[in-house]
Design a protein. Sequence first.
Length: 226
Amino acid sequence: MREKAVYACAIAGIALMVWNLHTIFMGLPNDALQGFIFRIIFIHVPATIAAYCFYTVALVTSILFLARRNFVYDSISVACIEVATVLILVNLVTGSIWGRNQWGVWWAWDLRLTTQLMCFLLYLGYLLVRPAITEPTQRATLSAFIAIFAYADIPLVVMAIRLPNVRTQHPGPVLETGGLAPVYVAPFVIGIFVMLLIGTALILVRLQQESEQREIDSLRRELHAL
């Protein structure tokens, strides 16, 4: 059943991605102010939205693991965080490309960019800590606490361009300010679905790997008990 879900999400995501990229690069007009580089928004923003969705799932499953000590929740958490962190990296890279074109620099240390970088580094720390702990319960427990702590940065990222009296170079939220013309809305929304579908397929693959790892851990504990 899981294998069928992987194929379904992957095929649907790739097909939508190809169609959407064709629409973005061949069918949409250039932005009046930004020109061709504006198209990067259809990758840059959906990647972050999908990442935050997966981080939210990881937050919930991390809390559930601490409450119930069920390793399935730990597996879901690490799978979601791995995929989401890659998506945040996509966001940072595409943002830097856009910034180089529009601002003349690859990076500006304003509040939105800095808090997003912090988000990436916090969850990267989560992924680096896990392999260092061999005992499964300790690994899952510490990972859950790190995941909960790291999630506290996400509201800071979201609010960074909404706080009063805070100077930032980052553009305002296009969906709230009406900065997205109607012709761009459909590719933008489809871009979010693409990221969610492909991300879900990758998470399902990682869940299978984590299930096999749990079996190995179980055998290791049995051997130690002998």
